[in-house]
Design a protein. Structure first.
Length: 152
């Protein structure tokens, strides 16, 4: 695979990761709404009110997760894999002496062409450490020196 194909595959897998997260949270919200309807049908009382309050809290938390996913989706939409740069930026693939990174969103390990890459957000500690660096630069992470061997 050439560099653009690798970046394209990584970006697609990041989109899938975020879409799966969205689906899970939407399913949780749907389940909560169904439980709220069931609670409404049951009789009144302290137990009933406590159950409804707990479900409302769960729904609010799931709503916050959905907002966060929206922000991640927005960040992912700004990733331009076609831009070529010698310096690490959003959308870069960075090979180091220890790992391969895709600077986009935090999506963990992604395998492309049988090789592991770590999708990290620009705002993550590793993303911030690599930002603006180029091939040959050395960064220190968790008391280890890491050399950048390639940026594309």
């Amino acid at each position: 695979m050439n560099h653009l194909e690798i970046k394209s595959a990584l970006l697609e897998k990041c989109h899938l990761h975020i879409a799966n997260r969205r689906t899970k949270v939407e399913n949780v919200i749907s389940d909560i709404m169904e439980s709220l309807e069931d609670e409404t049908k049951s009789s009144a009382g302290d137990k009933h009110e406590t159950g409804r309050a707990m479900l409302q809290i769960d729904r609010e938390q799931a709503g916050e997760q959905l907002k966060e996913i929206g922000k991640i989706e927005e960040a992912l939409s700004k990733v331009d894999i076609k831009v070529k740069s010698d310096y690490v930026r959003l959308g870069s693939v960075v090979h180091t002496t220890t790992n391969r990174f895709f600077i986009a969103v935090s999506a963990g390990e992604i395998k492309v062409d049988g090789r592991p890459f770590y999708a990290v957000a620009l705002s993550s500690p590793m993303g911030q450490l690599l930002l603006g660096k180029k091939k040959g630069d050395v960064v220190r992470f968790r008391e280890s020196d890491i050399t950048i061997t390639s940026v594309y």
